[in-house]
Ligand binder design. Structure first.
Ligand code: ATP
Ligand code: MG
Length: 390
């Protein structure tokens, strides 16, 4: 008994990209996601990637769960391998899909015969195999339009493959094919979703997180690490740069007008993140901002923060409602962690009445009271690097 995973990449995603590079990256990413489970061999043929376990003790259900989270995969199925012999196809079909067939009312057989040397044509395979299934399961009826169980037989070059309905993949394009970007990640709901959305567009991520001990706790940092571990199921391997932000926040509090605190703090975040991004070959920054959500996310405030940055800033959730963002947070299983009640540095020293329409000249005048370069240098020197496990 042997099972493999058949992966479909989806033609749309292939159009704009070099197909073979795209597939090579996809294979590399999938291999990495599966490596803890055991060794797999991959090969490509006829717009399918075959993912074949190299030992019998590999947990193929877990492998499927992982494959379902690899960007660039449009659909996949766990398939039973049979010899290219009709009797063996029948035997393996009944063994592999027997339980599903037993509890279903309707089914349908579909066959694809890529190997034209196989003596039976596709309609004949369907008819004969359908007959064998009905012989064993008298209660079943054939339903060609909307069957409960689809029995798919693909006769290919080396073997025949039997599987049920394909499962939808994570979609998107393979991570790494669109370059790298730095996600400014807080412990909130929005930024993990923003990171996930850009990773889905093929961007490899690294994280930047600002901490303000003793105002923020170690548990708040651990929360961000946990969030990134969850994101890692989709986003793959990531580094997290933890930036000490206490001194900068205290300086702003002591030397700048209270109502500009938030905007000046955010400008520091962008400047520091950009430096980290450049050092790590990132071509963009990503944030979880959404227009109008809080005072620092008005158009004027965003203009004031963008101006300190030369790199493009991606804000994939900019036009989304909180409810829409939360739906995705549930899908990627970050929501429950995000709502744990630990302080973020953004909520430390927040003014009672932050300016929602800051004026750039006033912001710049206020910043003149600070030694920007020195503060940024110190923060960067104090960075702690965490490798996110996955
Ligand atoms: P989130 O849910 O992502 O925390 P939010 O709605 O709470 O977002 P803010 O706290 O204003 O909004 O933060 C806006 C964005 O700034 C975040 O989405 C994130 O990209 C970035 N950010 C906020 N706090 C931090 C932090 N401590 N470290 C790194 N980035 C941060
Ligand atoms: Mg937040």
């Amino acid at each position: 008994m042997k099972e493999i995973i058949l992966i479909k990449t989806g033609e749309i995603a292939l159009k704009g990209l070099n197909k073979s590079t795209f597939e090579d990256v996809l294979v590399k990413n999938t291999k990495w996601r599966l490596h803890e489970l055991g060794k797999f061999k991959f090969h490509k043929a006829q717009s399918t990637i075959y993912c074949e376990p190299q030992s019998d003790d590999i947990d193929m259900d877990e492998a499927c769960r992982r494959v379902a989270k690899v960007f660039g995969i449009a659909a996949f199925s766990l398939a039973r391998v049979a010899e290219k012999d009709f009797d063996d196809i029948v035997k393996e079909t009944l063994d592999f899909l027997g339980e599903e067939l037993e509890f279903a009312k309707t089914f349908k057989v579909e066959a694809k015969r890529a190997d034209k040397n196989f003596p039976m044509k596709s309609p004949e395979i369907c008819r004969e195999l359908g007959g064998k299934i009905l012989e064993k399961y008298h209660h079943l009826k054939v339903d060609v339009d909307n069957p409960e169980v689809l029995v798919m037989v693909e006769v290919r070059e080396k073997s025949a493959y039997i599987h049920g309905k394909q499962k939808p993949g994570a979609g998107g394009i393979p991570i790494g094919t669109s370059g790298k970007a730095a996600i400014l990640i807080s412990g909130g709901i929005d930024s993990p979703v923003a990171g996930y959305m850009m990773a889905k567009r093929g961007i490899e991520l690294c994280g930047v997180h600002f901490v303000s001990p003793p105002y923020t706790s170690d548990r708040a940092l651990q929360k961000v690490v946990s969030l990134m571990e969850k994101m890692g199921e989709y986003c793959g391997r990531m580094k997290l740069f933890v930036v000490p932000f206490t001194k900068i926040q205290e300086e702003i509090r002591d030397k700048c007008p209270e109502d500009l605190f938030t905007i000046i703090m955010r400008r520091f975040m962008m400047r520091i993140s950009q430096k980290i991004a450049r050092r790590n070959d990132c071509g963009a920054l990503i944030t979880g901002e959404s227009v109008g959500q809080v005072a620092s996310q008005t158009m004027k405030a965003i203009a004031c923060t963008d101006i300190v940055c030369d790199l493009p800033v991606f804000r994939p959730v900019i036009g989304m409602d909180k409810r829409e963002i939360i739906t995705i947070a549930h899908e990627i299983d970050t929501f429950e962690t995000s709502i744990l009640p630990y302080e973020d540095c953004c909520t430390v020293f927040t003014p009672k009445h932050p300016r929602t329409r800051p004026k750039l000249d006033q912001v710049e005048a206020a910043e003149a009271a600070l030694d920007l370069d020195e503060l940024i240098r110190e923060a960067i020197d104090g960075i702690e690097l965490i490798e996110i496990k996955r």
